[in-house]
Design a protein around this ligand. Structure first.
Ligand code: A2P
Length: 329
């Protein structure tokens, strides 16, 4: 299969190349795509070098599938052109996520919605993905009424410039800034742009995308999203209120059985998920599972995942795998 990776020189794009290779996705020819600036640059994939091309050149090469992670503007501009040429696009930007004509997919949660008509498929927001993987088996069993989530998000979610800002600050170098404030030795309660209602766009994504993926608008979600000086992954403190009571041991069992989830929850041995443990892994780690003693039918937990992996590259490749399995690409 000919596979184009649009944004192949970026953080998520290069992770996509790693994941494609590791999971042995049947790539016969790789087409690395980036901006005009990177044209001709060589990218190594499975021991072979490939030259970076521009989006228009990539369309002419007719890949079977194009994995996009080059920002919303690039997706808006080029994804429809790829689709019109019969190339299935899996897009990691927020450009099409809430478009009612496009699917928003986490394969183990709603992979069954994919059909032959889907030519542009959206990969959800990183913080949303790791949360819905946890919510799904619990919603199926106990029906979720409300979710209160606070995030602790890695700088890798912002891209190469943000990682550089953190490294520069640690080295005492004054360089280009990805954030309006220092990120080292700091916490910034602001991810993406502010909306009229006082929430950030990241917070609204977590609310709206959760309802869309879970196919249930009755789940009430509220979020506070925060950037922290960490590189390994995103962490989330999640408080979930169910319609009915639950059994703590059964919750652990349900989560342990869920595809792509690892329960790390042994406080006696100081075992709980941390971004350092999630880094480079495809799974979502969950721990600190405990009853919320302030309210009936409510539970607290701590969820960590590598935002460049399950939050982005891995989920995108898993969508491609699901399409391939159904014979849709
Ligand atoms: P380039 O390296 O040529 O700028 P990150 O989010 O990690 O900063 O990466 C962004 C990715 O999106 C890079 O691979 C970047 O390529 C790519 N990109 C940005 N603008 C365009 C564009 N107009 N067309 C194609 N790729 C783009």
């Amino acid at each position: 299969m000919k596979v184009a990776v649009v944004g192949a020189t970026g953080l998520v794009g290069s992770e996509m190349l790693k994941v494609l290779a590791e999971r042995n996705f049947p790539v016969t020819e790789l087409i690395p795509v980036a901006s005009e600036r990177s044209k001709g640059k060589e990218i190594e994939f499975k021991g072979k070098n490939y030259k970076v091309v521009t989006p228009l050149e990539a369309i002419a090469l007719k890949p079977n599938v194009a994995l996009f992670s080059a920002g919303g503007e690039t997706s808006k501009q080029y994804a429809p052109l790829f689709a019109a040429a019969g190339i299935t696009v899996i897009d990691n930007s927020s450009a099409w996520r809430m478009d009612t004509t496009k699917k928003l997919v986490v394969p183990e949660v709603n992979g069954d919605v994919l059909t032959a008509e889907d030519k542009i498929i959206s990969n959800p927001n990183c913080s949303t993905i790791q949360m819905v993987v946890i919510l799904k088996p619990l919603h199926d069993k106990y029906k979720i009424k409300r979710v209160v989530v606070s995030t602790y998000q890695s700088v890798t979610g912002t891209g190469v410039k943000a990682v550089q800002q953190l490294q520069d600050e640690r080295a005492g170098i004054v360089g280009e800034k990805a954030y309006p404030y220092e990120i080292d030795m700091n916490v910034i309660p602001h991810i993406d742009v502010f909306q009229e209602n006082g929430y950030t766009k990241e917070e609204m994504k977590m609310i709206q995308e959760t309802n869309k993926i879970m196919q249930d608008d009755s789940i009430r979600v509220t979020a506070t999203t925060v950037r922290i000086p960490v590189v390994g992954g995103h962490s989330e403190a999640i408080n979930i209120e169910f319609e009915s009571d639950f059994d703590l041991a059964e919750v652990r069992e349900l989560l342990a059985k869920q595809e792509g989830v690892i329960v790390v929850d042994n406080p006696a041995n100081l075992e709980y998920p941390m971004p350092k443990d999630a880094h480079g892994k495809d799974e979502v780690l969950v721990g600190r599972i405990r009853r919320d003693e302030s309210q009936d039918n409510t539970i607290n937990m701590w969820v960590v995942a590598d935002n460049l992996r399950k939050g982005a590259a891995t989920n995108t490749v898993q969508i491609a795998e699901a399409l391939n399995k159904k014979g849709l690409i």
